[in-house]
Design a protein around this ligand. Structure first.
Ligand SMILES: [Zn+2]
Length: 196
């Protein structure tokens, strides 16, 4: 599966929206990704995550993996399906009072080798927080992965990273937004049930 095929799956599900969007950060962007629209189809989720698992397995730098772990909510399905493909446990962390926690009786044993996954990464912030939880439990993060890397491939978290597609998505401050300058008005993603 190449990047174009992955992008096509997102476009077919109206998950890769092109237009003029107002992000929660307040920035404007010509593109928005709504991964849940792709992952709502279990067979598609399984296929994409199996592909990500395959790339992780082929990377000789990574070696054995004992568990997959992701930040809730966005990463839960990805962790589950990648865990299925690798035949290992799938855990998730949750944000509680601002910090990422391992709850629900999930345990990481000292020395266990973890793969941290997400649906989409932009700054890598959540992945970094999950890596922190892994090391607090004396586990070792051996690789990180996501279906989509929206950073343009610039992230470095000190371990091998894999993504099915790397996108460079520009975002602008409102006063500098060329789309606004061209006379259009930004929309909040999800404020309409279907894109045009
Ligand atoms: Zn704008």
């Amino acid at each position: 599966m190449n990047e174009n095929e992955v992008q096509k799956i997102f476009e077919m599900n109206n998950a890769l929206l092109n237009g003029h969007f107002l992000l929660t950060s307040g920035l404007h962007s010509p593109q928005y990704l709504q991964c849940a629209l792709v992952l709502q189809h279990p067979a598609t989720a399984e296929k994409l995550c199996a592909e990500l698992a395959e790339r992780i397995k082929k990377d000789k730098r990574i070696g054995e993996i004992d568990l997959v772990i992701a930040p809730a909510l966005g990463g839960v399905i990805v962790a589950h399906e990648v865990g299925r493909a690798l035949n290992v446990r799938a855990l998730f962390t949750e944000r509680q009072e601002g910090s990422m926690k391992l709850r629900r009786g999930f345990q990481i044993k000292p020395g266990e080798r973890a793969l941290v996954v997400e649906d989409v990464v932009t700054t890598g912030g959540s992945t970094g927080e999950v890596m922190e939880v892994v090391s607090q439990n004396e586990g070792v993060t051996v690789a990180v992965g996501s279906l989509i890397d929206r950073s343009g491939g610039t992230l470095d978290q000190g371990v091998p990273r894999h993504a099915l597609a790397v996108l460079t998505v520009p975002s602008y401050r409102p006063e500098e937004c060329p789309l606004c300058r061209a006379g259009s008005t930004p929309v909040k993603p999800g404020s309409r049930t279907r894109p045009d």
